[in-house]
Each structure stands twice: as C-alpha cells, then as structure tokens.
Design a protein around this ligand. Structure first.
Ligand code: NAD
Length: 333
C-alpha cells in the first residue's frame, strides 16, 4: 500500500466508525452488526499499529463511546469510565496475560476475576452516605448523561445501601440490560400498540434508559448488575476486585451470579468455555467474558492506555448471528 492509499484507507475507516458510533451510542439505532463494526475497528487498529505516526487523538481507536446528548444534563466523571480492549481468540487472550507479566516482571498473584460480558450499557451510580443521589451514562468516558430519575425506576437498583461500612461517597459501576423474556414482552407490546420494535435487547435497554420521560423508563423491564467501583471517598474498601464485588453485594447491590475468582490463565480458559456453553440458556444476552486481574495494587501498577485498562480484557465470543436487517428502532430524544 502506498502512503497516500494508507492515509485514504485510514480516513475511510475513521469516518465509517465515527458514523457507526453515533448511530449506536447516541441514536441507539445501529445499522451494521457488531461483528462488522469489530472487523473495521480491528483493521483500523492494525493499520495504526503499523503506522503509529498516523494515529490521531480523535481516531475512534483512541476514544470511548459517543458524545453525550445535552438534553439530559451533563455529569463529569471524576474517575473516567473507560472501555475494554478485546481478545477474539485463545492466542489473543494469552498474549494479554503475557503482556501483563512482562510489564510487571513478576508473577500475577491474586488470581483473575472472571465475569460474563453483559450486553447492555454501562451506568454509574453515585451513593452519598448510602443514598443514591445520581445516575449517569458512560457518554464519552469523561462526560456522561444525567439519568438519575431513570435509574431510580429500575427495580433492583437500591435507593439506599444496606448494612454499614460503605464509603461516604461510593460510585458503583455496572451494566443496565434487558433479559431475553423482558425484551420479547416489550416487543410484543410495541407491536400491539403499533409502535416500532427494537432490534435486540441491547438497543432496547439503551433506548429505554436514555429517555427524557422517566415514566417510559419505569414501564420497561430493565435490570442492573454491578461490576466495579469508580470513585470511593471516606471509607476503606477491600484490596481485591473480587473482594470489592462481595462488599457491594453485602451493601445490597445485585451482582451477576456467574462471576468466579480463578487462580490462573487456565482457570480463565475453563470459565470462557463454561460460559460459552451456557450462553443460550442464560436469561440475558452476553457477547463474551471479561477477565480482570484481581489484585488492585497490580491493577494500579499496570494502569491504562488511551481508552482501556491494561489489567482487563473483553474476551469476545464468536459472532452468533450477523443481523441481516436491522429494524427501525424508536428514537427517544
Ligand atoms: P465493549 O462493549 O467492547 O466493552 C466495554 C463495555 O463492556 C463496558 O463499558 C461495559 O458497558 C461492558 N461490560 C459488560 N460486562 C462487563 C463487566 N463484567 N465488566 C466490565 N465491563 C462490562 O466496549 P464499548 O466501547 O462499549 O463498545 C464497543 C463494542 O460495541 C464493539 O465491539 C461493538 O461490538 C459494539 N458497537 C457496535 C456498533 C455498531 O454499529 N454495531 C457501534 C459501536 C459499538
């Protein structure tokens, strides 16, 4: 490829991915299957890694999500809400483990926390003195949308934490999603009312949560599972990721029951296989597993790259089916 052909291809990929990001994150109405998006993103990343001088800060490979919609009101994330790097096969997963070992120059003690990768949208919940005071979307990672009224309508989101010992300011992060049965029922009722149906549970969840009228959100079957802590002030937390998740559970936050702590990379591979086999029987859609280094001191040492932590990876499942046609979905803002 000549230099000008590379520059042209980079521009085409960036323009296409930016448009797909806008459709997916802002409109909740994607027009291409995720597998196609992932393929274009991989091509962009491969070209950029061969030509690092051509990486621009505004490239979709360097950015998280999409622009927040101003009608909701903005929330500045005190701790950025990042994305995750992907592994698409066993070799890429093992390369991730090796990269961490090489960087730390010692054994990865403390094990790995293995979690299903829930296919919904990331949400931040801020608790002050145990009370839920704010809910926000991830947005572009630095600024999210204020959806406080909407998150308060989700049945399994506690408005008050239980027990004692939680930090005075505690930001819980997790995924809002729709179960398969909730999605079926919602689409059935959309059809009965002559309204547009949703393309899949992920779009239904995003479209339902990002509503300016929280009564609409309240009528939708949304569920929340916590998967990490963002900000924590005024109180001590466990020194492992898994330990923190157990604390969140004690304080009344719902966790995905499939989460497991394993010792080593072999344990992660076994978890991946088990969840892949269970995938179709789970009540909700997942698109892979997330593997996180459990020891928080090691996580801190590894730090972050542009848009993702170095200590976690989304190990994606093979695409189940490519959408042949994406249905028109409701536009809510
Ligand atoms: P991602 O979905 O690959 O990974 C990060 C997200 O995973 C987090 O923000 C969180 O919401 C979610 N997650 C689920 N379970 C989690 C857990 N246990 N722990 C931590 N995080 C968990 O990254 P992304 O940047 O949100 O989205 C990129 C993906 O979205 C693409 O790979 C593609 O599949 C899809 N996408 C599709 C289109 C399209 O047009 N079809 C456009 C943009 C993005």
């Amino acid at each position: 490829m000549t230099q000008s052909a590379i520059i042209e291809r980079l521009a085409t990929l960036r323009a296409g991915l930016n448009e797909y990001n806008y459709q997916y994150y802002v409109l909740d109405a994607p027009t291409v299957p995720d597998a196609e998006y992932d393929r274009l993103m991989q091509e962009l990343k491969a070209l950029e890694s061969q030509h690092p001088d051509l990486i621009t800060p505004d490239s979709p490979s360097q950015k998280v999500g999409g622009e927040p919609v101003s009608a909701f009101g903005e929330v500045a994330h005190e701790v950025p809400m990042l994305s995750l790097d992907n592994a698409f096969d066993d070799d890429e997963f093992h390369a991730f483990v090796k990269r961490m070992g090489d960087r730390l120059k010692r054994d990865l003690q403390g094990g790995f926390c293995c979690e299903p990768k829930l296919d919904g949208l990331a949400v931040s919940l801020l608790y002050e003195n145990g009370q839920l005071v704010r809910g926000a979307t991830r947005g572009d990672g630095r600024t999210g949308e204020n959806i406080s009224a909407n998150v308060k309508t989700i049945a399994n989101v506690p408005l008050m934490l239980r027990g004692a010992g939680y930090p005075a300011r505690l930001e819980v992060r997790g995924e809002v999603f729709m179960t398969r049965s909730g999605f079926e029922k919602l689409n059935q009722s959309q059809v009965e009312q002559g309204k547009k149906v949703f393309a899949n549970p992920r779009n239904a969840a995003a479209g339902s949560l990002r509503q300016l009228d929280s009564r609409i959100t309240a009528s939708r079957p949304l569920t929340f599972y916590a998967y990490s802590v963002g900000l924590a002030e005024g109180g001590a937390l466990a020194d492992s990721h898994y330990g923190r998740l157990q604390q969140l559970k004690d304080w009344g936050l719902p966790l995905c029951p499939e989460i497991r702590l394993v010792e080593d990379a072999k344990g992660c591979t076994a978890f991946y296989q088990q969840i892949l086999q269970k995938r179709d029987n789970l009540a909700y859609e997942i698109d892979g597993v997330v593997i996180k280094l459990n020891d928080l001191a090691l996580q801190q040492e590894l730090g972050f790259v542009a848009r993702a932590p170095r200590w976690a990876i989304a190990w994606k499942f093979p695409a189940q089916e490519e959408m042949t046609e994406l249905l028109d979905v409701e536009f809510q803002v």
